[in-house]
Structure formats: structure tokens, C-alpha cells
Design a protein around this ligand. Structure first.
Ligand code: DCP
Ligand code: CA
Ligand code: CA
Length: 401
């Protein structure tokens, strides 16, 4: 939808969900299993095969394997397939992969409109809201970034998808819509590696055709109850009328159901996650195996960038972490905690440099393609030292220009 003035009030929200997440992480780690059915299992330890399927790739899904079924049943479904791969879940690995991808998404959006030449000048950040939902999904609001224009949002989303794929190896599916409810439903429609766009004037029609079990917050029990009441779709839900829904479900839930049936959802994208940690990842000009003076500039740039984010959010930090993404997409993370919370740029820079040196010394044969820095264990800067922030900001801006 083209926007020609400032009167439009619609939002543009993207729901991003990584495809067959745990199984995809395993495929990236060992590409040789990519063409086989891959089942990630949570073993209970009772017997060799007891436990449930956490998730599986799309090849295994063709045979009827899915999250939640027992490993025994999954094995039976894949009995005729000699190459099926069953793996124990490795949550630490998936969390790291998720962390990288989420940082990348935030980073991409913060810097999206900057041209290549201006990338080392700090620009005022055009507000992008990022809401962390879980290891494999998040919402972002890009209304302003995309100038209220769904075509621009689609272009942004396509670029983001390519970037996520290139830098982490992951495919994801996206839903782009005027609210979280529809964005979430839309992201699930064309999996894997899909993108579904629902513009504001299509929202009502879109939801009216959706089966009620697609609506977040409507589980199997409610679906069954609605079915008994003759309600299968969003359209039938809203046509049933608010008052009769209240009789069946109580006021609060009925109101949610009724509004959902019309595609109405005013829930804001809450900037959740951003307070927990601050981070950025950059692609190095060349893959590195050692710290040489050549990368000092890049190191300083990324340190200044995260430092600026800490200033902007008025937080002080205690934990400083680095993330190395290697040329084979493996990653290494290392961090250190300072004795006390800090807002000292030089402490940040020297810590990063020493952690990086130490890590590269410990892994002499790696080639680092991307470098990330993360500040965590954050605290509000209660000193409210706005004058100091102002000076710091100006020093940083002048030095990097
Ligand atoms: N998960 C789990 N047990 C479940 C459901 C999910 O352990 N019953 C884990 C494994 C999944 C991850 O959570 O990889 C994300 O769940 P999704 O529902 O998003 O499913 P997937 O990402 O696996 O598949 P897709 O999104 O492609 O449908
Ligand atoms: Ca997923
Ligand atoms: Ca998910």
C-alpha cells in the first residue's frame, strides 16, 4: 500500500519464524545429513528409545513424523528409510545459533537504510521494535523503516531473509501484516522459506477464511468446542456475535475471539529482548586468523557501535562477550565479566581485544568471517548523567566521521 501523506495509521509488522529450527541447526552443523530424514529427539533416558520427537526436517515430515510423537513411533514411520538420522537435542547449540540470528536481525534493521559509504557514521536510529518470542521466532515492527509502504517492507524482508541465510545458513518464513495476530498466522502459511503478505485492506478477508485452529490462543479444546457450535473459520467466529461468545467463553476470552475473527489486534510489538543484551555483528573485510593492526579499525568501529547503543539505552554493562562466526559457519563465543558495572569505552575496547587475542591463540587454525560483540548483565545507568552521555556521544560521532 503506497502512502502519500502522514495520515495513515496502519502498522507494518513482520513475524519471523525459523524453519524446522532444531533440525535445521543440525543440518547446518553436518551438511551430509541434509538430504536425509532428520529427527531431533528428546530422550527420557528410561530405555534406549524412550522419549519424544522435538522436531524433524521436512523430508521426515513427509513420512508423518512430527513434534511431540514418541521416538518409537517416529522410528516405525521411518522403518523403510535406511538413511534416517535420529539425533539427541543439543539445546546449547540451538541457543547459540538463535542468539546469532536474533542479533543479526536487530543489527540488520538498525542499519538497513544506511548506504554502504555511510555505514561508519552513526545515524540516529529510526525506531525498529524487536520482540523476542522464543529461540526461533520474533516480531519486528518496520512501519517507519518501510515508510508505511508494504512494497518496501517486502523488499526489506527479502533482503533480511537473504542476509540470515548467508550469515547463519538458516532459512526462515515470514508473515508481513498490519498486526501481530495476522503476521503470526501468515508466517506459517508457506513454509519452509516462505513469505506471506497481508495488507490492511485484505486483513478481514484473510482471517475470515482461516480455520480457527490457526489463530494463536485457540488450542485443540477450544477448536473442538467451536466446532460443536458450528464455527470453523474466523468469519464464522465473528458472525456468531460477541454476546453469544461471551455466554460460552466468558467476557475476556470471548472478546479476544471476536476481535480475532475480524482480524483486529492492537497488541504492540514490545521491545523485549533488547534490554537483556546489546550486540552487533559485522562482516570483516577479510577472513582473519590472527589480530593484526589491519583489523584494529574494524574492532574499534564495532566497539564504538555497541557502546553507542549502550549510551542510547542509558545502560551500563558488566559482561562483555565476543562471537566469532567462522568461514564454515561454525561459531565460537567467549565472554568475560568485569569486576563492577562499567560505562567506560576503553574498558570495553581493551576487554574485547584481549578476549579476541586469547581466543585466536587458542584456535590457531580457524578463519573468522564475522565478528560480534555482545554486552549483557546490563543495568540502568541510574546516575542519569546526561551531560556525560552528551559529551561521550559527541566524542564518538566526531571520531568516527
Ligand atoms: N519444539 C519442541 N517440541 C515441540 C515443539 C517445538 O521441542 N512440541 C522445538 C523444536 C523446534 C522449535 O521448538 O525446532 C521451534 O518450534 P516450531 O513450532 O516453530 O517448529 P519448527 O521450527 O521445528 O518447524 P516449522 O516452524 O518449520 O514448522
Ligand atoms: Ca519454526
Ligand atoms: Ca516457532
Amino acid at each position: 500500500m503506497q502512502r502519500s501523506d502522514n495520515t495513515s495509521t496502519h502498522r507494518i509488522i513482520i513475524h519471523i519464524d525459523f524453519d524446522y529450527f532444531f533440525a535445521q541447526c543440525e543440518e547446518i552443523k553436518r551438511p551430509e545429513i541434509k538430504d536425509k530424514p532428520v529427527v531431533v529427539c528428546i530422550y527420557s533416558g528410561r530405555t534406549k528409545e524412550s522419549g519424544v520427537v522435538s522436531t524433524c526436517n521436512y523430508i521426515a515430515r513427509k513420512y508423518g513424523v512430527k513434534s511431540g510423537i514418541s521416538i518409537k513411533i517416529a522410528k516405525a514411520k521411518l522403518a523403510q528409510v535406511s538413511q534416517a538420522v535420529f539425533l539427541p537435542s543439543d539445546i546449547k547449540h540451538y541457543s547459540e545459533k538463535s542468539d546469532n540470528a536474533m542479533t543479526l536481525i536487530r543489527d540488520f534493521l538498525d542499519n538497513y537504510s544506511l548506504s554502504a559509504t555511510s555505514s561508519i557514521v552513526f545515524q540516529p536510529i529510526k525506531c525498529v521494535k524487536f520482540e523476542y518470542i522464543g529461540l526461533d521466532e520474533c516480531f519486528v515492527e518496520v512501519t517507519e523503516k518501510a515508510d508505511f509502504d508494504f512494497a518496501k517492507a517486502k523488499e526489506l524482508a527479502n533482503n533480511l531473509k537473504k542476509q540470515i541465510r548467508k550469515e547463519t545458513g538458516l532459512t526462515c518464513s515470514m508473515g508481513i501484516a498490519p498486526n501481530k495476530l495476522i503476521a503470526k498466522i501468515a508466517s506459517d502459511l508457506q513454509k519452509p522459506d516462505g513469505m506471506t503478505i497481508v495488507e490492511p485492506d485484505e486483513a478481514k478477508n484473510f482471517i475470515s477464511k482461516c480455520n480457527v485452529d490457526k489463530i494463536p490462543g485457540i488450542g485443540p479444546k477450544t477448536t473442538a468446542k467451536l466446532l460443536e457450535m458450528g464455527i470453523r473459520t474466523g468469519g464464522e467466529l465473528s458472525a456468531f456475535g460477541l454476546f453469544r461468545l461471551i455466554d460460552a467463553f466468558g467476557k475476556k476470552y470471548a472478546t479476544y475471539l471476536y476481535k480475532s475473527g475480524q482480524g483486529i489486534d492492537n497488541e504492540p510489538v514490545k521491545s523485549r529482548g533488547s534490554a537483556k543484551q546489546i550486540g552487533r555483528i559485522i562482516t570483516l573485510k577479510r577472513d582473519i586468523s590472527q589480530t593484526t593492526s589491519e583489523i584494529d579499525g574494524e574492532l574499534e568501529y564495532i566497539c564504538k557501535s555497541v557502546y553507542k547503543m549502550a549510551l542510547d539505552q542509558n545502560v551500563i554493562f558488566r559482561n562483555i562477550g565476543i562471537l566469532l562466526i567462522l568461514n564454515n559457519l561454525d561459531n565460537i563465543t567467549r565472554s568475560k565479566s568485569l569486576k563492577t558495572h562499567s560505562r567506560d569505552f576503553h574498558e570495553l575496547y581493551s576487554s574485547v581485544k584481549s578476549i579476541l587475542n586469547e581466543t585466536l591463540n587458542n584456535y590457531p587454525n580457524i578463519k573468522v568471517r564475522r565478528l560480534g560483540i555482545k554486552l549483557s548483565d546490563l543495568k540502568d545507568n541510574e546516575g542519569q548523567n546526561t551531560m556525560l552521555n552528551f559529551i561521550n556521544n559527541n566524542i564518538i560521532n566526531t571520531k568516527t566521521k
